[in-house]
Design a protein around this ligand. Sequence first.
Ligand SMILES: Nc1ncnc2c1ncn2[C@@H]1O[C@H](COP(=O)(O)OP(=O)(O)O)[C@@H](O)[C@H]1O
Ligand SMILES: [Mg+2]
Length: 230
Amino acid sequence: MKVAVTGKGGTGKTVISALLTKFISRYGDTLAVDADPDSNLADVLGVEVEKTVADVVDELYMKKYEIRDKDRWFEARINEVIHENEFDLLVMGKKEREGCYCYINSLLKKIMQKIVDFYDNVIIDCEAGIEILSRRTIDFVDVILVVVNRSKLSRDTAKRIEELVKELGIKAKIFVIGNKSAEGDFKVPYSEAVERCLEEGIPVVKALEEDENLRRAIENIAKGIGMVVQ
Ligand SMILES: Nc1ncnc2c1ncn2[C@@H]1O[C@H](COP(=O)(O)OP(=O)(O)O)[C@@H](O)[C@H]1O
Ligand SMILES: [Mg+2]
């Protein structure tokens, strides 16, 4: 199953993506995608990443007169960027130069469509807001999780996401995740273990071992959306 984790900035997308990735990785081949240029999914997962998609795009720019079939070159390179572990990780990274961002996105879209089918589960930690949907980068997902907290702003963003998904005719099912016990189709409790991990720079996935309520909440999501057969 392919899942996109969306919502307003600061609601908990990265934390929830990381926890879900870790939880789900024992059930099948799993790929986590950090599609937020400002994100830190790798750190939160405790994975060191050497190269990002943006780095490969940069290299492509430098060599653009030498490389004839850019799509093929890019596709071959992207395999080097995928970090392999108990789960695989692909980090989009930050743009290095002005104007190349649309290009990264269109390449990422093409590449993702090709690689996602090699995995049982794909979890995409999205950039805040609605652009990733309007750019149609993630049309292939089965499920869109919209993370909200108790703020009205985060609910407003969630509403806009739901409207946009309808407007664009995206087929994915949408579920609202109420983080820190906000209302939603699923709730994730506030977890001191999560805060502690982040404070100490320990992979946040450790919190799953320490906080039984948190683990149960993540399991509930995985089962509820059909990632794990109940
Ligand atoms: N369930 C939780 N329990 C405790 N703290 C949380 C929880 N979810 C998120 N946080 C806190 O909120 C901050 C923002 O979360 P993050 O996942 O980075 O948000 P986003 O990716 O949506 O911007 C984290 O740094 C962490 O301190
Ligand atoms: Mg984030």
